[in-house]
Write a protein that binds this ligand. Structure first.
Ligand SMILES: [Zn+2]
Length: 74
């Protein structure tokens, strides 16, 4: 969906991206990887405007931060 710009559920190409952010009091779509809001990794959403399906992605450079955080479990 991120790369093809096509919805995997209904095939629509009406895809929008909503960037994650880290707001006050834990608002925003993010993963806190440290002790403060400054150690938050944003989670970006891709939304199909045709059927409402959403997919969530984090940026490649943030993957290591999440991997190394205490919240990461296998
Ligand atoms: Zn769709």
């Amino acid at each position: 969906m991120k790369h093809t710009k096509l919805c995997p559920k209904c095939g629509s190409n009406d895809i929008i991206r909503v960037d994650g952010y880290a707001g006050p009091y834990g608002s925003g779509n993010n993963i806190i990887v440290g002790k403060t809001i400054f150690a938050a990794v944003n989670v970006n959403r891709y939304i199909c405007c045709s059927c409402g399906f959403t997919e969530e992605w984090i940026d490649k450079e943030d993957i290591e931060k999440v991997k190394n955080s205490k919240k990461a479990k296998r």
